[in-house]
Design a protein around this ligand. Structure first.
Ligand code: SF4
Length: 398
């Protein structure tokens, strides 16, 4: 394989800064799901909502010098389970954000909600607070699957949550999982059909993967064979396409005009400020791209002197980071976007692109580069090609 090395490591030059989004992390859940490796923490009793809002505003204010004068294109309140926060707290959060940051008119503002923590009045309250998109963690409507996943809600509650969300919001996403313990193709199809029957304009379908530091990692459940899970994925793609949903990212499907703008900004390697416990972010400057991370433990984050880690992404890592996101997009990306976002010429990755094209994993013309269908299904192999060559970056000895 041809090593990926930069002619002039460190030579990052951005002509313009990318769009900027805001991610707000709410780290608590009623119960930790056995497959979950997100920064989510079980919390019995009342949440310290006011104290947490104060910490978020402190965090935001501390970051303002890095994003001075920039407008925010979207806000995503994720978790954890943000719908555990009261509509009044979400209202105070969004008012506080607007007082400190300029939001684009009509900015998409998403809130993640879990069935079992929401009812119609709560959704109306979130709408009144300025949220205009809801993402519901349904995962499955099947009681057996929900029990296997350790979810706190029933299939009936999931259905009612979707209906209640649609009564207050036009823009609703349902998260589903497939490849679940004991799941058959018919069961996966039934989940999808129930979601489509509700009329939601956006569906995200993820395969269950077993991640380190989870209960499933230490006590792995019996999952469907690899081929069976791959068939479920293909069946889901076909069903959603036939129902008029555009497949625009590995796991995301939307009706026309309902693609998630916030996530698209990630996949197009845009900037995002992440605030909240364990939140990550990426901020670009004219001569560098930086990443930052907040203290993970909520109690630690609540302290006034909570730690913040920041580093500039080495130039040799930027092609991989860009591709890790952009090659998830079914339609790929404009050739120019690579230089606009990484500050590196496309010639940096030309040899890799030719190699992948000859293997049939990508296709390209003068304007766009996109993964082929085999490329999408062997995404890891595709991405590995852009891993920085560490030897090329090692300091010369002697
Ligand atoms: S509800 Fe979501 S964030 Fe919370 S533990 Fe379960 S999977 Fe993780």
């Amino acid at each position: 394989m041809i090593p990926l090395a930069l002619e002039r490591p460190g030579a990052v030059k951005l002509g313009a800064l990318p769009p900027l989004a805001l991610y707000v992390h709410i780290p608590w859940c009623v119960r930790k799901c056995p497959y979950c490796d997100f920064n989510s923490h079980e919390r019995a009793g009342e949440l310290p909502e006011r104290k947490y809002l104060d910490a978020l505003f402190r965090d935001l204010e501390g970051s303002l010098p890095n994003i001075w004068g920039r407008r925010v294109v979207s806000v995503f309140i994720g978790g954890g389970t943000p719908s555990l926060f009261s509509p009044e707290s979400i209202d105070a959060l969004l008012s506080g954000v607007r007082a400190r940051l300029a939001l684009e008119p009509g900015a998409e503002i998403t809130l993640e909600a879990n069935p079992g923590t929401v009812e119609a009045a709560r959704f109306r309250g979130f709408r009144g607070a300025g949220v205009n998109r809801i993402s519901i963690g349904v995962q499955s409507f099947d009681e057996r699957m929900l029990a296997a996943l350790g979810r706190i809600h029933s299939g009936g509650e999931a259905q009612r949550a979707v209906e209640a969300a649609l009564a207050s919001f036009e823009n609703v996403n349902v998260d589903l999982m497939y490849g679940l313990p004991g799941q058959t193709a018919a069961m996966a199809r039934a989940d999808l059909e129930q979601a489509l029957g509700s009329g939601v304009p956006h569906v995200s379908a993820y395969q269950l993967t077993i991640e380190p530091n989870t209960v499933f990692w230490s006590k792995p459940p019996r999952l469907p064979e690899h081929d069976a899970a791959a068939d479920m994925q293909l069946a889901a793609e076909e069903t959603l396409r036939a129902a008029g949903y555009e497949h625009y990212e590995t796991s995301a499907f939307a009706r026309a005009g309902r693609r998630c703008r916030h996530n698209l900004n990630y996949w197009q390697f845009g900037d995002y400020l992440g605030i909240g416990a364990g939140a990550h972010g990426k901020i670009s400057f004219a001569d560098r791209v930086t990443r930052h991370a907040r203290a993970k433990q909520p109690d630690e984050y609540l302290k006034a002197d909570a730690k913040l880690e920041e580093h500039a992404v080495p130039a040799a890592d930027l092609p991989f980071e860009f591709m890790l996101n952009a090659l998830r997009l079914v339609e790929g990306f404009d050739v120019e976007l690579f230089s606009q976002r990484t500050g590196l010429p496309i010639s940096t990755v030309q040899a890799r692109l030719s190699e992948l094209e000859s293997k049939g994993l990508i296709e390209r013309d003068w304007k766009r580069i996109r993964p082929t269908e085999p490329g999408r299904h062997f995404l890891n192999e595709l991405l590995e090609a852009f891993l920085p060559d560490r030897r090329a970056r090692a300091p010369a000895s002697g």
